[in-house]
Design a protein. Sequence first.
Length: 141
Amino acid sequence: MRDHIQGEDYELWNIVTDGPLTTLKKKAEGVDVPKTRADCTAKDLKNRIQGCSTAKQIWDTLQVDHEGTTQVKRSRGTLLYSHYENFAMKDGETIQEIYTRFTTLTNELNSLGRIILEEERVEKILTRVLPITWESKITAI
């Protein structure tokens, strides 16, 4: 699992094991910016829940750490929907690979509250994703 996650994004494994970076530092201009992993001390990387005094604070911390803020979820949903709208078969890609990629994309959209009906998904695959060489098979279906 670690190798797969690091293959997707090397820094992602650090987020899985340590949690996202949410500590800030002041720039020379006096503006707060997120610290990079190299700037963090061991204290910065400790579990942020230890500093919470109420169950509500713990819940809010966990929700932001695992789901992101409302703005992040909205931006991610918009980006994923854009990927959905522009979804196309890649050169040399098999039907199984297309289906896996498409299912992953629609599942992520569903988790963010953008439900795409099965009829819409089937129509998209049959009419807009598969290349013209599949026309006879599409007609048969």
